[in-house]
Design a protein around this ligand. Structure first.
Ligand SMILES: Nc1ncnc2c1ncn2[C@@H]1O[C@H](COP(=O)(O)OP(=O)(O)OP(=O)(O)O)[C@@H](O)[C@H]1O
Ligand SMILES: [Mg+2]
Length: 385
């Protein structure tokens, strides 16, 4: 078998035909929606995930039940599949490197490694002149006082790795508070970020194909509750100049990474200026609106870039508001899906998780309509259901 087909024969590579098998590392809801998009295009999907029942395996042809670093399972995946992607950003980069020796892998391990560590991520942004707020790596308690002193008086300490939904981070207003949070996190590598007094948060999801063509989806405005994404608004309610700047920054980041696949970029907006928060080397919760509001979804683009097809040009059919449905809601008294499913133009996507838990993402709802103001009103009344 040729070595590194993704890199050496990029231009010569012919798209994989329908009937080919695509691997996905991770069995969560992102893997499930990837699998659904792939099957629509005639591909079979093989999921690698240690859980016996997972949202992705439930809708896929094959499931290898093993850990992401299991050498036997990885060899089997390489044998069974014609190309592999990931839905889970903490997959070991060495597993991707191993797979890359025999089949195309996107995104590439180098980009995944950057996204896995907040310090690497911020260093990469700075090296490529991408806008980023003040921050400092913290590997020892002795670095904290000077780092805090260089900031505005309010800062966020975050573990460099494995954070999600605001876990492993704390807002602090003194160096002493940062020190105790650092100790509480077990003294693991952290980053200290100056607190950004943002007007709003936005994200850009994009796809870049093996030929280097980039297609960005419309900019999304993101609202969080308890650090978990609650609601997404498209188009984002920011000045046109900010929309354009966000897409330009996102595309140049993808170029700088020589990225192939779907990439999500989270940003803070202050007036007309933007600073980068973090990236995810995969489809993103804030891109779920694309499933109903666009001609192609972020998962369609993930399949296309993986099989070697050109990225599709994207159009937004209609403004959209996406609502996340957490386990809390499903556990609440009297919760009934049919209430939501009876609302017109509310597209419900249920992930098939066996158990609802507090703060667990169970489903999302895409509301489509003529304008964002009426969609926000509809979202509010839907929440009251
Ligand atoms: N430097 C900062 N200044 C102000 N607010 C911040 C800062 N960093 C993070 N936040 C807030 O905390 C939220 C979560 O932070 P971040 O995106 O870094 O963490 P995460 O755990 O990876 O979250 P997710 O999994 O939702 O992307 C951000 O969306 C933002 O609302
Ligand atoms: Mg985030």
């Amino acid at each position: 078998m040729p070595t590194d087909p993704m890199r050496t024969d990029k231009k010569a590579r012919k798209p994989l035909p329908p009937g080919a098998t695509l691997g996905v590392l991770g069995g969560g809801q992102l893997g499930r929606m990837f699998s659904q998009a792939a099957s629509k295009m005639g591909y079979r999907v093989c999921v690698l995930d240690p859980a016996a029942d997972s949202p992705a395996a439930e809708v896929s042809a094959l499931h290898i039940k093993a850990g992401f670093d299991d050498p036997v399972a990885l060899a089997e995946l390489a044998e069974v599949c014609d190309a592999v992607t990931t839905e889970f950003e903490n997959v070991p980069a060495d597993s991707l490197r191993f797979l890359q020796n025999s089949i195309p892998v996107s995104p590439m391990p180098e980009a995944v490694e950057i996204a896995q560590n907040r310090n690497r991520e911020k260093t990469f942004f700075k090296e490529h002149n991408l806008p980023v707020n003040r921050c400092a790596a913290i590997t020892e308690a002795s670095q904290i006082a000077a780092a805090f002193e260089s900031m505005s008086g309010k800062a966020v300490i975050k573990t460099a790795r494995f954070g999600y939904d605001g876990k492993g981070q704390q807002v602090c207003t003194s160096a002493a508070e940062v020190e105790s949070a650092f100790a509480e996190f077990g003294g693991v590598e952290c980053i200290l970020e100056d607190f950004v007094p943002f007007d709003c948060e936005v994200s850009v999801v994009l796809a870049r194909d093996i030929h280097g063509n980039v297609e960005t989806f419309p900019v999304v405005e993101n609202q969080h509750i308890n650090s978990i994404l609650d609601l997404c608004i498209v188009p984002a309610r920011v000045p046109a100049a900010v929309l354009e700047k966000a897409q330009v920054i996102a595309a140049s980041l993808a170029e700088a990474l020589d990225y192939v696949g779907v990439l999500a970029i989270e940003m803070f907006v202050c007036g007309e200026s933007i600073s980068l928060n973090e990236i995810a080397p995969r489809p993103h919760n804030s891109g779920h609106y694309t499933m109903d509001a666009c001609n192609y979804s972020q998962f369609d683009q993930q399949v296309r870039t993986l099989v070697g097809l050109p990225v599709a040009r994207v159009d937004l059919h209609q403004p959209a508001v996406m609502l996340n449905v957490l386990g809390d809601l499903i556990l609440a008294n009297g919760f009934d899906w049919s209430n939501v499913q009876s609302v017109s133009n509310a597209h419900v996507h249920i992930y098939g998780k066996s158990e609802a838990r507090v703060a667990r993402k169970m489903a999302h709802i895409n509301l489509l309509g003529d304008n964002v103001a009426s969609l926000m009103a509809k979202a509010k009344s839907l929440k009251q259901l």
